[in-house]
Each structure stands twice: as structure tokens, then as C-alpha cells.
Write a new protein. Structure first.
Length: 254
């Protein structure tokens, strides 16, 4: 199901049919990322360059988090630690899993209609200059003003990559819950809950057991891959969510 944007690009990267979801892999920091992400062959002509763009951003954000975590007394006796069940190592692992999944959105073609997909950048042009038709997907013109529909979760994607319209397989909600449970309350992490404003555009659910979702990745998580009978390559999705927690001079975005 992967088509070529051009003969030259064919040798450099795997691109989905709409032309703006490109497969990346081999990232140094976010090593579990092996799926399609928002791309633009005119801005990043090789998967290596595109992967470096995403990986460098995630690593920079993690370094800021690590500085904040170092302010937590992790090495003191058990009775003085923030939790008897979780450690600072658990917090660091949970943050990295959440960070890589949210900062590197899993991208799917805008033309796909799977119900768990979140549209992004609906009013923008595709890399080839063509425009999407939101009305064909049941969207009224008011949707064009929606931040979640008309931007990526990571603003740098729209600034540097400029992928145009795509759909995102949202990060699994449990990644955020695990982060909150694994890290000190003093770090101020918080997650939107189902039914709260913004949740549906920020996080997704694991497969519900139905036939239609069997073998499918309905939300993104580290190491997630599609059932081999349903896809020729690993698939994609993106929007850094909500709550800003300040730890000293470091700001952490949930």
C-alpha cells in the first residue's frame, strides 16, 4: 500500500499513498519508533533526515525532564522516597515512552476513514499543492477553526515539516496514566480523562475486542505494529497535549 512520491524519493524513503506519511526507523533515542510519521519530501528527502528531526526534538525535551527529575531525592532510604511502589527509574522510563509516542505522531493517510483516526491540518495543502475536501469526511466549515483539527500536536511539525493534512493514530491513554502513577506528584503531571474536553483529540483506546478492531493498532504505544495480514508496512499518527507543569524553571508539557 506504499506508493512513491517520485522515483528519486523511492530510493530514500517509504511513503504512504497520500504522499505525506513517511516511514522512519533506527532512531537513536526513541528506538521503539518504527512507523510512518508526518513528512514532506520537499523538506526532508530521506527517512534518515526526517528521523533525526523527530529524534533530536524528543531527546531535547527529555533532557529538560531529566534536569527536573534530578531535583527529586531518588537515592534516599525507602521511607523517604516519593513512592514505595515506583522509583525514579520507573518515572524516567514512563516519561520516555509517553514522550516518544506523543512527540513523534503516528501518521496515517488523510483519505483513510478508520474511526479511531484523528484528522490534523485539514485546511492545509498537501506537499504536492493540492487541498483536502473536509466536507467529504462530514466536517462542517467550523471544524477548520479547531486547533486539534488544523494543527499537529507538536507545533514544530507544522513549522519545519509542513506535511499538510493527515490523520493520527492517537497515543494510548494508559501511557499518560502510567506516567502520572510512576512520577512524583511534585512534578505536576496530569492527564485528561474520557469525557473531558480535549481527551478525544489527544488520546486513544486499545482495541475493544470487536471484529473490526482485531489485529489493528487503534492507539499508538512503543513497539506497536499492525497485524501482518492487514498492512504491508507499519503504519502512523500527532499534538503535544494539555497540562503544563512547572518544576523549578523547567516546563513539562503533557
Amino acid at each position: 500500500m506504499v506508493s512513491n512520491y517520485s522515483s528519486a524519493v523511492k530510493k530514500a524513503m517509504l511513503i504512504y499513498p497520500d504522499g505525506n506519511c513517511a516511514v522512519i526507523y533506527g532512531l537513536e533515542f526513541c528506538s521503539d519508533v518504527n512507523y510512518a510519521v508526518p513528512g514532506n519530501p520537499s523538506k526532508f528527502s530521506t527517512s534518515k533526515d526526517l528521523a533525526k528531526f523527530y529524534d533530536d526534538q524528543a531527546k531535547e525535551s527529555y533532557d529538560n525532564f531529566d534536569k527536573a527529575l534530578q531535583q527529586i531525592p531518588c537515592e534516599i532510604a525507602n521511607t523517604g522516597q516519593f513512592s514505595l511502589a515506583r522509583t525514579c527509574d520507573d518515572c524516567a522510563k514512563a516519561y520516555k515512552s509517553w514522550l516518544c509516542t506523543t512527540m513523534i505522531p503516528r501518521c496515517q493517510d488523510y483519505s483513510r476513514s478508520d474511526p479511531w483516526l484523528q484528522p490534523r491540518n485539514i485546511a492545509q495543502a498537501f506537499p504536492n499543492g493540492s487541498m483536502s475536501a473536509p466536507e467529504l469526511l462530514g466536517m462542517d466549515t467550523g471544524a477548520l477553526a479547531s486547533l486539534s483539527l488544523n494543527s499537529s500536536r507538536n507545533p514544530k511539525i507544522d513549522e519545519m515539516v509542513q506535511p499538510g493534512p493527515y490523520k493520527e493514530i492517537l497515543p494510548c491513554q494508559d501511557l499518560c496514566y502510567n506516567l502520572v502513577q510512576s512520577c512524583p506528584a511534585a512534578m505536576g503531571f496530569s492527564c485528561p480523562r474520557p469525557g473531558m474536553m480535549g481527551f478525544e483529540a489527544a488520546y486513544g483506546y486499545r482495541p475493544n475486542g470487536s471484529v473490526g478492531e482485531e489485529g489493528m493498532v487503534t492507539c499508538n504505544y512503543p513497539g506497536a505494529a499492525y497485524h501482518l495480514s492487514r498492512a504491508a508496512v507499519v503504519e502512523p499518527v500527532g499534538w503535544l497535549v494539555f497540562v503544563v507543569a512547572s518544576v523549578g524553571s523547567i516546563q513539562l508539557v503533557l
